[in-house]
Every structure is written in structure tokens, then in C-alpha cells.
Design a protein around this ligand. Structure first.
Ligand code: SAM
Length: 362
């Protein structure tokens, strides 16, 4: 082990066991060794693939969703078009291409990308070269830095990359799971010596069976609350797509993927992407507390079907080679099939009060 593992071992040796959230944050965003800072984890040569990397149809349909919702907002000019965690920039580039003909929307939109990885910011800049933007995009480390205009926010597989804390049910109540150095010098889970604050676990899950694990993402909840407040005060909508559960539930969902295969999350930190399922109910509660209205979540498959992915696939087939036709059909199936991404991934919209349900949530 080297690099990040040594750094984490030193931290634990000096300060004691660390939270799962601190470990996850280091693995993903450490400025030298973090997954997003040190390499490109996307696509066939990386660790995982996301919906916009599977097909241009995903970003195109989301672009058109934004243009329609902007009209329902009354066409504010300017409107901040924000993507949280844009990865390679594929989704936003496809969204902008699909809305080229929506001249008033494109004239009003100011693009803001919230991205912590400098390496990925460069990839996003390259992806946007062809986007024909009237003004250059702005990059930010956090949503708070985006100017206070009406806003349209897109977040695909952003919230699953935010650190979670884990709590385990014991005879003495809920205890936080921490990460310590084991006898062989590797990393292992231990439990905090004292009980965690009861309020961290929802009342409905307080009596869960022994050893049940409950996960909370404080940063995800804080961002959802900021988003809710922002939408309530300035007007707008957000579209959140991710894998996770509709209701808060117990379960250890921490997982690592290395070259598209499951990997022990505690083995070789920094060598594999690490995520946790999104608790949509918790995000929704935080956004509502901020003053916004929540629509859904709905299943990704039915959301994309209602936005017209079948018609978009048919349009792409016109003039396609046999190989291209096969690729479009495969991508369509991967995005909507219940056995693939269709039901594991959920879509939730958050809007300012008084807006009609956005497309896909009628
Ligand atoms: C799983 S990738 C998703 C990429 C892209 N949305 C897609 O669908 O392909 C997560 C993205 O969020 C970014 N990210 C992770 N944590 C972040 C944070 N705390 N603030 C801003 N961006 C973050 C990563 O650098 C990466 O761009």
C-alpha cells in the first residue's frame, strides 16, 4: 500500500479511527490520490459507466426537459443552468446540442458547472468546445458560489458520490461505524465506543434488527436543503438522477468498483471508485424544509420513456449503419430495462412552489 493508504494510516495512528464519510471523501476527492483527481474513472477503460456515457439520448432528453421547464418558469432571463458533478461533460454537451434550436432558452442560459476535480474540469472544457456557447461557462467548487439567479439544476450520479456516515444497531443502541487499522496493517470496521445521537436515525427505523446499518449523507442533505431554499427564493427546478431507495431504509450500500468489478471498499483506497445508494426520502425532506416542492421519485425507465426516448432512438436509426443501429438499441435497453438501469435508478424533481409537475412527473 502507498499514497493514500499511508496517509490514512498516519491519520488514524495519530487521531484514532475515522468515520466512513472521512474515508470516502479522501478516496474520492483527495487532491493527489482521489479517484476523481488522479485519473478518469469513466467508460470502458475506467471503473464504471454512467447513463450519458452510454448514449447521447440521455443528455439530449434532459436538455429538452430543461428548455420546457424554463418555459413553465415564465422564461426568466438570465437563468443559471447548473450541473452538479458533470464528470466528462458529456451530459451537458448533449443537452446543449439538443437545445440549439431553442433560441430564447439558449440566450437566457448561463452555464455553471459545480465540480471539485481540476482534472475533470479540463475534460468538461474540452467537451464544451463544440457547444457554441455565447458566454464561457463558469466553474465552482460548491452550489453556494453560483450567482443568485433563477436556476435549473441537473445532477446525474452526483449524490451517490457524496460521503456517507454509517451507524450500526447494537444492544446499546446505534453506534457509528468507524475505520481503524487492523492487525495485518489493513483497514477494518470498528464501532464507536459510545452511542450515536438518536435523532440521526429516523423514528421508523429505530427498532431495526441487531447489526442493521443505517447510512446518512450530511453533505447530500445540506446540498438538498440549499437547493430547496434557492428554488423557493429565486424560482426554478432541479432534476436529480441516481441509484438509491425511494424510502429511507437500512442496509450497508457502500460499494467500490474497479474496472467494472466489485472491489472491497477498504482495500487499496484510491484504487477504486466508491459510492453509496442515495436516500431519496432524506433528500426530499431536506429540499421541502428549504421551502421547495418535490415531484417523484419515479423510475428512470418510465421517466425516459415518458420523455420520448423511443422516438429519439427511432430518429437516430434513420440512416444508421447496422452496427450503429445495434448500439442505439442496446443503449436504449440499458437505460430503461428494469433488469439494467431502468428501476435501480430513480429520478426526482424539485421545483419552486406553484410550478406545474415537470415533464415525466405528471
Ligand atoms: C459519478 S461522477 C458523475 C459524472 C456525471 N454526472 C455523469 O453522469 O457521467 C461524480 C461527479 O461528481 C464530482 N464530485 C464528486 N464530489 C463532488 C463534490 N463534493 N462537489 C462537486 N463535485 C463533486 C466528481 O468529480 C464527478 O464529476
Amino acid at each position: 500500500m502507498g499514497g493514500l493508504a499511508d496517509e490514512l494510516r498516519r491519520t488514524i495512528a495519530h487521531h484514532g479511527p475515522i468515520t466512513v464519510a472521512a474515508y470516502m471523501e479522501a478516496v474520492l476527492t483527495h487532491p493527489q490520490h482521489g479517484v476523481y483527481a488522479s485519473r478518469d474513472p469513466f467508460g470502458a477503460g475506467g471503473d464504471f459507466i454512467t447513463a450519458p456515457e452510454i448514449s447521447q439520448m440521455f443528455g439530449e432528453l434532459i436538455g429538452l426537459w430543461c428548455a420546457v421547464v424554463w418555459q413553465a418558469m415564465g422564461g426568466p432571463d438570465p437563468v443559471a443552468l447548473v450541473e452538479l458533478g458533470p464528470g466528462r461533460g458529456t451530459l451537458i454537451a448533449d443537452a446543449l446540442r439538443a437545445t440549439r434550436g431553442e433560441v430564447p432558452f439558449r440566450g437566457a442560459a448561463r452555464l455553471h458547472l459545480v465540480e471539485t476535480s481540476r482534472r475533470l474540469r479540463d475534460r468538461q472544457r474540452e467537451a464544451l468546445v463544440q457547444a457554441d456557447l455565447e458566454r464561457p461557462p463558469a466553474w465552482h467548487d460548491t452550489l453556494d458560489e453560483v450567482p443568485d439567479d433563477a436556476v435549473l439544476v441537473v445532477a446525474n450520479e452526483f449524490f451517490d458520490a457524496l460521503p456517507v456516515r454509517q451507524f450500526q444497531q447494537t444492544a446499546q443502541g446505534w453506534r457509528e461505524r468507524l475505520i481503524d487499522i487492523d492487525d495485518e496493517g489493513g483497514f477494518g470496521f470498528v464501532l464507536a465506543p459510545s452511542a450515536a445521537a438518536q435523532t440521526l436515525v429516523p423514528a421508523s427505523l429505530q427498532m431495526s434488527a441487531p447489526d442493521s446499518v443505517f447510512e446518512v449523507s450530511p453533505s447530500a442533505i445540506s446540498i438538498a436543503h440549499t437547493l430547496g431554499k434557492r428554488l423557493a427564493q429565486r424560482g426554478g427546478a432541479a432534476l436529480i438522477v441516481d441509484y438509491g431507495h425511494i424510502e429511507s431504509a437500512t442496509g450497508d450500500t457502500l460499494q467500490a468498483l474497479r474496472r467494472h468489478r466489485f472491489h472491497d471498499p477498504l482495500d487499496e483506497p484510491g484504487a477504486a471508485d466508491i459510492t453509496a445508494h442515495v436516500d431519496f426520502a432524506a433528500l426530499g425532506r431536506a429540499a421541502i424544509e428549504g421551502g421547495a416542492v418535490v415531484h417523484g421519485p419515479v423510475l428512470q425507465g418510465s421517466f425516459l420513456e415518458s420523455l420520448g426516448i423511443a422516438a429519439r432512438a427511432t430518429a437516430l436509426l434513420a440512416g444508421a449503419t447496422h452496427e450503429q443501429s445495434r448500439e442505439v438499441a442496446t443503449a436504449h435497453r440499458r437505460l430503461v430495462d428494469p433488469a439494467e438501469m431502468g428501476t435501480l435508478f430513480k429520478v426526482m424533481a424539485v421545483t419552486s412552489p406553484g410550478m406545474p409537475p415537470p415533464p415525466g412527473f405528471a
